[in-house]
Design a protein. Structure first.
Length: 425
């Protein structure tokens, strides 16, 4: 179906040396097409016993069936490369991850695995049941999907238990990451919405209705008709049309559901405090941010009267001030209007000041500006993302932590591989 194919194009892929990583975000470009391709190219079952061992890792076997299933899974996910070899490698690594979890005494419960499967399927805007049905039609066993997700989830627990307490992200590291953040634009989405209220805080009925309606919707016109008939939102009369919205202005659950949705696609049901909302993405655009529009500058101007001593006074001020805060000491006892400090979007700073600031790094100064009998020492205090575009510090901390743990995890996995006894049958 058109809607499901559009929805399912939204998964992102991360690989390491060509190997699909459990728990990674997977990109399924044209998921429905990928399924049809896989139908014609699926690996046939082994002519002999499908449960014949093909490998052993520390005396635990991997069967031909498991290998065939992993190859099929990689085909469905449109993984590139030598699929039999990639499947072998990923199965070996999954076994090593599970061994490490056993050694550490770590387990995850069935509910956690189900939540992981739901989250994985949700990246294609599908429920777990829908994902299993689609892949099951291709011959993929539910256990194959479950084992894949479980290995990735337990590995994250292993890595955090082993390294988490020893990894510290400093405030300085967060500052550097934010300083290097370069906003290029803000995503804008033209949306339709279908709002289904909960009952006394219970969203289960609204969620079930959302799933039923989604099964009947294939086009934008279908969605608009469903919104007119069922939506409790103010936009019901217009078919749910809410026009252009900045992605950053939407609630966090909606941002997650819409971030990778393609135009012509329908989001998964988004659970908000008292309602369930389904979105239809009509068009995606971008608020044009110029090179400096998304940047904020904090700068100071220290004024020195023109005269025979102005150069000496400017030189003395520069010598005493390494930062903008130092200028307050330099200006102590002088009229308040001799020191001006401002923070604003760089695009709003025009004229000679804007031109000077564009050439400065934080802590640098310029004295080339003169104004109405005054010489002006301009110092750039800092430059960074505008406040409304600046990344959240806790989000940045988590990203840096995950990067650090990922690097440690790669090293640990190589250690496990080097210590394991791996034999071909």
């Amino acid at each position: 179906m058109q809607a499901k194919e559009a929805m399912a194009r939204q998964m992102t892929a991360t690989t390491d040396k060509g190997i699909l990583q459990p728990g990674a975000r997977l990109r399924l470009l044209g998921f429905g097409l990928a399924m049809m391709l896989a139908l014609g190219t699926a690996v046939p079952p082994a002519m002999a016993n499908p449960f014949k061992p093909v490998m052993a890792i520390n005396d635990r076997v991997i069967t031909q069936y498991e290998l065939d299933q992993r190859i099929l899974f990689l085909q469905i996910l449109q993984q590139q490369g030598d699929l039999p070899e990639l499947a072998r490698t990923s199965l070996i690594e999954d076994r090593l991850r599970l061994f490490a979890a056993e050694d550490a005494g770590l387990r995850i419960g069935p509910d956690q695995v189900m939540a992981g499967m739901e989250e994985f399927a949700g990246r294609a805007n599908l429920s777990t049941e829908e994902f299993l049905k689609l892949t099951g039609e291709m011959g993929l066993a539910a256990e194959t999907f479950r084992d894949f997700v479980e290995a990735g989830m337990i590995w994250r627990e292993v890595v955090r238990a082993k390294y988490g307490a020893g990894v510290t992200i400093t405030e300085a590291e967060i500052d550097r990451a934010i300083a290097n953040f370069q906003p290029t634009g803000a995503s804008r989405l033209q949306l339709l919405e279908l709002v289904l209220p909960g009952v006394n805080g219970d969203l289960s009925g609204a969620q079930a209705l959302a799933r039923r309606l989604q099964a009947q919707i294939e086009t934008e016109a279908d969605f608009a008709a469903a919104a007119r008939a069922n939506s409790a939102g103010d936009t019901a009369g217009s078919g749910g049309r809410i026009g252009w919205q900045r992605l950053t202005d939407l609630p966090e659950p909606a941002r997650q559901a819409l971030a990778r949705l393609a135009p012509g696609g329908m989001s998964r049901p988004v659970l908000l405090e008292d309602r369930v909302v389904v979105y239809w993405l009509v068009e995606r655009g971008e608020d044009p941010l110029g090179k400096t529009d998304g940047t904020s500058v904090d700068y100071a101007q220290f004024l020195v009267p023109e005269g025979p001593n102005s150069e000496a006074e400017l030189a003395a001020a520069r010598a005493k001030a390494d930062t903008c805060d130092d200028l307050y000491t330099v200006a102590k006892g002088l009229p308040a209007d001799r020191l001006i400090r401002e923070s604003q979007p760089q695009s709003a700073v025009g004229g000679d000041i804007g031109a000077v600031l564009a050439t400065l790094d934080a802590g640098e100064t310029s004295t080339r500006i003169s104004r109405a009998g005054w010489r002006v020492l301009v110092m750039l205090c800092s430059r960074g993302p505008a406040p409304d575009l600046e990344p959240d510090r806790e989000v940045v901390r988590e990203q840096l932590l995950n990067q650090r743990l990922s690097a440690l995890a790669d090293v640990y996995l190589e250690e496990l591989r080097s210590e394991a006894i791996i034999t071909e049958k």
